[in-house]
Design a protein around this ligand. Structure first.
Ligand code: SF4
Ligand code: SF4
Length: 476
């Protein structure tokens, strides 16, 4: 570690040399988990030629879109200042998007591009020599990039570094060369259908509990959180974090839906709209989760799927999941933000901004804003439900990541580096003077909470559903 600008700086070699932990993988083998024995959950095997498999999978997976990002970089450096890792560690060349992508590009050039095959020294082409090299690549693609796509937005050549990162992550996942947290969440998803291993019993009990709380609080015995009700206007899908840590967000949604006079339901299976496959690069896992959700809507004859506040869940369920699952999904889906906006526009619910007095700012989540273009709608709602809404700078598609994107929250070993680069986010939050930071992503709630705690900011994270529920005007 070294000291720079008053703060302790991490020695990046410590991050790049973090070893591969396989304790959880050994346990999965010993317990003969069905996902492992059926070959869905991949574990590390030191007795096979992992480099050869890596190269084979690379050849199979590079499509036209990926190839253009492999060959399109002219090393102009314009993306560097987009990356929060670079801005926080300006003297560290290993933080630049081009450096990270080049680690993958080099392999592509040596293995698949004729220039790299004939003149490897000329085009800096190279392949990993052994599992140590693959492990170092693991630490780069999982530990030094939150796949926020801010560099993608600012590349004149249209190079999508985050896409290359996801490609490498996906291949390493096939080899079991992954951070332990990534393995654990993948295991839980394969085994239980949701990424936090919530049992069906816990899920249904929590919904019941929230329903009873609402009935008591509002003194409305008929208020309901319906499960598996057919022919509804929409099926509501959530983040497992809402069951485990924040069930109040489900109660808030139910309260709003009730006063809007909505016909809605939640499914007993296929309710997890999050998708760790987006983060780990595992398309099979992504397809499994997305298909569960799509099929649940078909079985319930729902007219629409509404996705609760979650950035990567929105992206995965709304468009990426169709391809991973190879599923002809034709039930429309939308973020709950649009549902809430429609309720207010149509006068189905009334809101009073004076009920949310504290100054509030808005954090645009990477997957929702940069990848999903949902930027004006949350602001439209905040302007009508809060009396002091103020923008942070930069914002919208240029906003900085909460630092916990792309599954980094599950990878404890990279947290020191994440917290170091989070200084930029902390300054951005602090400059608003707001007491509340609203985000429409459960992942960002945890990412921002870590930043607030670490930098001791006088702020709290909230979500839009909470602010709308709070601003609701309930006629006697
Ligand atoms: S990724 Fe784009 S912006 Fe970055 S160095 Fe390459 S060409 Fe330039
Ligand atoms: S995707 Fe985000 S974190 Fe990754 S290199 Fe680009 S700007 Fe940096």
């Amino acid at each position: 570690m070294s000291k720079q600008s008053g703060r302790t700086k991490i020695d990046i070699a410590d991050v790049l040399n973090l070893p591969l932990e396989t304790k959880s993988q050994e346990e999965a083998k010993e317990k003969k988990l069905s996902s492992f024995t059926e070959g869905r959950l991949k574990v590390y095997d030191s007795n096979i030629n992992n480099v050869d498999i890596f190269l084979k999978l690379l050849s199979e997976r590079v499509n036209r879109q990926l190839a253009s990002s492999m060959v399109g970089c002219v090393h102009c450096g314009m993306c560097a200042e987009s990356c929060h890792y670079v801005l926080a560690r300006p003297d560290d060349p290993t933080m630049t998007p081009a450096y990270k992508a080049d680690k993958i590009r080099r392999i592509f050039k040596r293995h698949m591009d004729w220039t790299g095959r004939i003149f490897p020294w000329w085009v800096h082409a190279d392949i990993p020599r052994d599992d140590e090299d693959l492990n170092r690549l693991k630490n780069i693609v999982f530990g030094t990039c939150s796949a926020c796509r801010r560099c993608t937005m600012n590349c004149p050549m249209g190079v999508d570094t985050a896409l290359l990162i996801r490609l490498a992550r996906g291949i390493l996942t096939e080899l079991g060369i992954v951070p332990e947290g990534v393995f654990n969440v993948s295991r839980d998803t394969w085994e239980t259908g949701n990424q936090m291993a919530v049992s069906e019993e816990d899920y249904l009990e929590t919904l019941d509990w929230m329903k009873e709380e609402l009935q008591e609080e509002l003194e409305i015995p008929e208020i309901d959180i319906p499960v598996d009700k057919k022919y509804c206007d929409f099926m509501y899908t959530i983040n497992p974090r809402e069951i485990k840590f924040d069930p109040r967000s489900i109660a808030d949604a139910a309260k709003i839906f009730h006063f809007a006079g909505e016909r809605w339901t939640m499914p007993s299976w296929g309710w997890d709209q999050t998708n760790f496959g987006l983060f780990s690069g595992d398309d099979r896992l992504g397809g499994f989760v997305a298909k569960n959700l799509y099929e649940a809507a078909v079985n319930l004859r729902a007219r629409r799927i509404v996705i609760s506040e979650c950035g990567h869940g929105y992206r995965s369920s709304r468009w990426e999941g169709y391809n991973w699952a190879e599923y002809d999904q034709n039930i429309p889906s939308e973020s709950v933000v649009l549902t809430l906006m429609r309720y207010i526009q149509e006068g189905r619910i009334k809101v009073d901004p004076s009920k949310n007095q504290e100054p509030v700012t808005f954090h645009d989540s990477c997957n929702v804003a940069r990848s999903g273009d949902l930027v004006d709608e949350p602001r439209w709602i905040l302007e009508r439900t809060c009396s002091d809404f103020r923008e942070m700078s930069p914002n919208r598609k240029e906003n900085f990541c909460c630092t916990g994107g792309s599954g980094l929250l599950s990878m404890a070993e990279y947290k020191p580096l994440r917290m170091e680069v989070a200084e930029l986010k902390a300054e951005q939050l602090k400059a608003t003077g707001a007491k509340l930071v609203c985000t429409i992503c459960h992942n960002c709630v945890d990412g921002l909470t870590d930043v607030i705690k670490h930098y001791e900011l006088d702020m709290k994270v909230v979500q839009i559903i909470e602010l709308v529920a709070n601003a609701l005007v309930i006629d006697p």
